[in-house]
Design a protein around this ligand. Structure first.
Ligand SMILES: [Zn+2]
Ligand SMILES: [Zn+2]
Ligand SMILES: [Zn+2]
Length: 323
């Protein structure tokens, strides 16, 4: 029997189709490779720094960068024009796509990923994201910053070299507005503090629990092996988190991705960080979604927004911890 489960963050139902037992082998476990063409050198490799616009920031010592933040060559959002909506017809409304679009290159090494970083480096990546969030918060044209890592072609990556993106947007996107509404519905308590407590009690979907960071396959998982990273410290803004919390989140992401690779396969994934819009003071608890892309999205999901997950999160967690 399938089952509906409510995602309290978004207020939307997901379908867990538990009829059949799905093993990791049932999925395509080798991500499609992304490679730079032979004629074009990788723009993110050391020595090719001229291939990108000048760095906005770089981290590292001894004259060698360890993390580099560069403007995206083809930005989705750019400029500082205020978001003024113009009506060009009864149903034609437009506004300038102001904001910023940056790439963070988080290793000098071309063919590694987040799970290969050492613990200090995984923490440094989060510290550098914190700085960028703070910087974006000072810009008048950026209301919300979305940090993502796309790994593998199924996840939308176009370059192999380990990198992520920061998109500073002039409006609050629907997904965040929905999650903020989820926190409001749970007024009186925090939905993610409550989730962390309930998941620790139940102990059937925990993937990782160390240094004040919990990783679970959420009860309401909409996709196979989906993971949610929740820092124990209740804080709406990532930029206001303590350095040790950020470092522990970086390590938790690394550990979760390593479990994914070891127990499911070398699959594509997206890492999505959700934090409060810059000037909101609403109830929220920042967190990270790790979304393996082992299955493509079909017409039903596209048409209804109702996911059908064929791996129950209890089974996903058991597989991820090596069960
Ligand atoms: Zn490279
Ligand atoms: Zn909380
Ligand atoms: Zn979220």
């Amino acid at each position: 029997m399938s089952q509906l489960r409510l995602n309290p963050l978004t207020g939307r139902w997901v379908t867990i189709a538990t009829d059949r037992t799905t093993r990791p082998d049932d999925f395509n476990r080798d991500r499609l490779k992304v490679e730079t063409g032979p004629d074009r050198p990788c723009p993110f490799c050391p020595g090719n720094e001229e291939e990108t616009p000048p760095a906005l920031e770089s981290y590292g010592d001894g004259g060698e960068w360890q993390i580099r933040i560069v403007p995206n060559r083809f930005p989705a959002f750019s400029g500082s024009e205020p978001m003024t909506v113009r009506n060009l017809g009864p149903v034609f409304n437009q506004a300038p796509a102001s904001g910023s679009h940056e790439v963070f290159v988080f290793s000098r090494q071309h063919d590694i990923e987040w799970s290969d970083l050492d613990d200090d480096k995984a923490g440094l990546v989060m510290a550098c994201l914190r700085d960028r969030f703070e910087e974006h918060g000072r810009s008048r044209s950026v209301r919300y910053t979305q940090a993502i890592v796309n790994h593998g072609r199924e996840a939308g990556a176009s370059l192999l070299h380990p990198h992520g993106q920061l998109l500073g947007m002039p409006f609050v996107p629907g997904e965040i507005a929905e999650e903020e509404a989820g926190f409001r519905r749970f007024a009186g308590s925090c939905v993610l503090c409550t989730t962390a407590e309930a998941e620790r009690d139940s102990d059937s979907r925990v993937v990782h629990d160390a240094d004040g960071v919990l990783v679970i396959c959420p009860y309401w998982s909409g996709t196979p092996y989906e993971m949610l990273v929740i820092p124990d410290q209740h804080q709406g803004h990532l930029a206001r988190s303590a350095p040790d919390v950020l470092a522990a989140v970086g390590r938790a992401i690394k550990a979760s991705l390593a479990r994914l690779k070891d127990n499911v396969g070398d699959v594509s994934y997206n890492i999505v960080i959700h934090t409060l819009p810059h000037h909101h003071e609403d109830e929220f608890h920042w967190h990270v979604h790790v979304l393996p892309r082992v299955q493509s999205v079909g017409g039903f999901e596209q048409g209804t927004g109702v996911p059908i997950n064929i791996v129950a999160p209890e089974q996903a967690a058991a597989t991820l911890v090596g069960g």
